[in-house]
Design a protein. Structure first.
Length: 139
C-alpha cells in the first residue's frame, strides 16, 4: 500500500475567508502515485473547516452571509466561550456547521468527484497560520 501525508499551511489575513484548494489536493494525489484509494483532507484547527461544494459565482458569499446569520461574530458578549478572553465563540459554531474534513475516493489516479465538486478551506478566525492535513492511502 502507498501513502502520502502532507500538511498545507494557510494564513488568511481577515477573520473569515474561503479558499478553493482543489488544485493543491490534485497535485498531492498525483505525487502520491495512488491509483485506487482514499484522500482525507482535514482542518487541523477548531475554528477552520474543509468542505466540498461548487465554485459557482456568489456561493461563497451566500455561505458567509448564512453562517453570519446563524452565528454572528458580534456582539462577542453573546458567547459564553468569549468570557475566557477569546473573541471567537462564533468561529467554533461555524466550524461545527461546515465540518472538519472530507474524504474523496481516488479512482484511476484521480479524485473521483461528482459534477462541479471542489474542495474548499474555510477560515472563521483567521489572521494566523493554520494547517490542513492531507492523507492519501491506497494502491
Amino acid at each position: 500500500m502507498k501513502s502520502l501525508t502532507q500538511h498545507l499551511s494557510f494564513n488568511i489575513p481577515e477573520r473569515r475567508g474561503y479558499l478553493n484548494i482543489t488544485s493543491e489536493i490534485v497535485a498531492l494525489v498525483i505525487e502520491s502515485g495512488v491509483q485506487e484509494g482514499l484522500c482525507l483532507v482535514n482542518a487541523m484547527h477548531i475554528t477552520a473547516s474543509v468542505y466540498i461544494n461548487d465554485d459557482e459565482s456568489g456561493l461563497i458569499e451566500d455561505y458567509d452571509d448564512w453562517l453570519e446569520k446563524l452565528a454572528p461574530h458580534e456582539p462577542i458578549s453573546h458567547y459564553r466561550h468569549n468570557r475566557t478572553g477569546e473573541d471567537n465563540g462564533d468561529a467554533h459554531l461555524k466550524r461545527q456547521i461546515m465540518g472538519r474534513e472530507v474524504v474523496v475516493a481516488i479512482s484511476a489516479g484521480k479524485l473521483d468527484f461528482g459534477p462541479w465538486e471542489q474542495i474548499f478551506y474555510a477560515e472563521f478566525d483567521g489572521r494566523r497560520q493554520k494547517r490542513v492535513l492531507v492523507k492519501i492511502i491506497g494502491e
